[in-house]
Write a protein that binds this ligand. Sequence first.
Ligand code: GDP
Ligand code: MG
Length: 320
Amino acid sequence: MDRRTWFEKRTYHHGQFADIDALVAMKKSQGLKVSVCLPTLNTASTVGETIRVFRTELVERHDLIDQLCIIDSRSTDGTIDIAEAEGAQIFFDDEILPGFEPGTGKGEALWKSLFVLDGDIIAWVDSDIENIHPRFVYGIVGPLLADLDIGYVKAFYERPLKDGDVLKPTGGGRVTELTVRPAFNLFYPDLAGLIQPLSGEYAGRRSVLESVPFFTGYGVETGLLLDIYREFGLGCIAQTDVEIRVHHNQTIESLSKMSFGIMQTLLRRLERDGKLEIKTEPQTVYNTIKRDDGDYVMRQSDIKVIERPPMRSVPEYRER
Ligand SMILES: Nc1nc2c(ncn2[C@@H]2O[C@H](COP(=O)(O)OP(=O)(O)O)[C@@H](O)[C@H]2O)c(=O)[nH]1
Ligand SMILES: [Mg+2]
């Protein structure tokens, strides 16, 4: 499928899937189960409402979600108690597959969650969304139920940027525009039609998700796109407009670190895909410079992205 055709055929709007009972009927006739999992790390102010909305609308009122859970990395702000009180199942990534060298960050949590989730269709939704709505789930699950050729669906939206108390309509998604989109245009132009390649809301068939590696940290979204594209082709990927998403905008320093992890992912894939030869091992120590009382100080942190193997190659998973 060429990229223009892809853009026309594989770009949806959440409104096309708003008849949730019709989705439930498709789910049942196909004999599928849907798991929704929220990665959580200190998102106490938003996780409760997210679970409540999904539970009341998509578990109780309509039978779309069969498993609703969080995958947590030891939140300390009450996230876990709130999630439990709202009825979510709780998983901790550090308790899953303890035989692997420890990894960190969002990608580690998602990969581990694949080990414990039951669904044939799995949707991950960020837990820091401030304008949560059921469309963040049915918008990305809908295309998978409606079209068997689709294996992976990403949400896209406008990204407002909070500036103090002012909410500017655009300007969010800075890492997308400054790192991932330029890189895709340079080396993977087929993927340039993805409107929000880094969106944190995506759903996939287990058969697809268990076949690809996962990168730890913030490299996970970029890695999944590149690997699903390579293994299954552009036609397997779709995107759904879920309109506006408001979340916690990170500082430019945090985004700089995020970009560092994503660039590690991109470089590894460029090399594997024969697009670039890297002659030195990329460094994983990130130096940031801070202004402290009129002086500049240099700080170091280690941001190492690890590539986790496809889940279906893990013996414990196959046993399960
Ligand atoms: N379990 C887990 N979740 C994480 C971790 N890091 C981030 N998250 C969650 O992943 C989602 C996206 O992370 P966030 O920092 O908001 O990234 P951004 O939206 O790209 O700025 C949020 O719901 C976070 O709570 C982690 O180390 N472990
Ligand atoms: Mg966020």
